[in-house]
Write a protein that binds this ligand. Structure first.
Ligand code: ATP
Ligand code: MG
Length: 217
């Protein structure tokens, strides 16, 4: 069994995440891809949307793909999310026989593998570095140096259809009233509107009435 892990803040999830996960599934012949939204950050200062909203949007976005699922392991663990904890928890869920593939964009892989204990991470799973507009994969070998040469078989490069979409841009668009249509699934756009997420003074509560239709307006 081969399982892909797509970790992220997913604030909100968008087509860049979905295209990347699907390309990894097909290219690497994965049996499934698990999306793992990060937990609530311990300090309120960092304005990440509550995990319950990010989790629900991820469930809505992955609903129609039978190979996709969503895991709560990071949400249900206290404190900041570290990739090593995600991998350990999913290893416990899936057992020792399963091959794990941690899927990241070209930006995130550098963040994670220049962080502490990259050797341990690379022992636990294969890292998949997906192309992402604005973030070159060319520098990967150079920046990682020996870590890359010693783990060539544990770091896989993956070309995915380029989508210059980011959650930051989606949040800014909602805050300034610009459209988000075609950047993410319609169900997620409706959820954002209903929960009042990403507005300048958002209520964050589901059931908030809006007069505008986020998809057709
Ligand atoms: P933010 O702007 O808030 O950082 P994001 O769009 O980068 O959001 P994350 O939740 O931070 O989304 O990313 C989760 C994972 O998905 C990371 O590994 C990231 O590199 C990857 N990813 C996000 N967007 C894309 C994209 N458009 N193409 C390829 N990979 C992507
Ligand atoms: Mg990001």
């Amino acid at each position: 069994m081969r399982v892909g892990i797509m970790g992220g803040t997913f604030d909100p999830i968008h087509y860049g995440h979905l295209v990347t996960a699907e390309a990894a599934r097909v290219e690497l012949e994965l049996d499934e891809v698990v999306f793992v939204p990060t937990g609530d950050p311990p300090h309120k200062a960092y304005a990440v949307t509550e995990a319950k909203h990010r989790y629900l949007m991820t469930v809505l976005a992955t609903l129609t793909n039978p190979y996709f699922s969503v895991s709560r392991v990071d949400m249900d663990r206290d404190g900041k999310t570290y990739t090593i904890d995600t991998l350990r928890d999913l290893r416990t869920v899936y057992g020792p026989e399963v091959e794990l593939f941690f899927i990241t964009g070209a930006d995130a892989i550098l963040e994670i593998l220049t962080w502490k204990n990259p050797e341990e991470l690379l022992r636990t799973c294969v890292f998949v570095a997906a192309s992402r507009p604005g973030h070159s994969l060319d520098r990967l070998q150079e920046v990682l140096g020996e870590l890359y040469t010693n783990n060539k078989d544990r770091i896989r490069l993956l070309q995915v259809p380029a989508l210059a979409i980011s959650s930051t841009d989606v949040r800014e668009r909602v805050a300034s009233g610009r459209p988000i249509r075609y950047l993410l699934p319609e169900t997620v756009a409706y959820y954002i509107a209903k929960a009042g997420l990403y507005r300048e003074h958002n209520s964050g509560s589901v059931g908030h009435n809006t007069t505008e239709d986020p998809v057709t307006d």
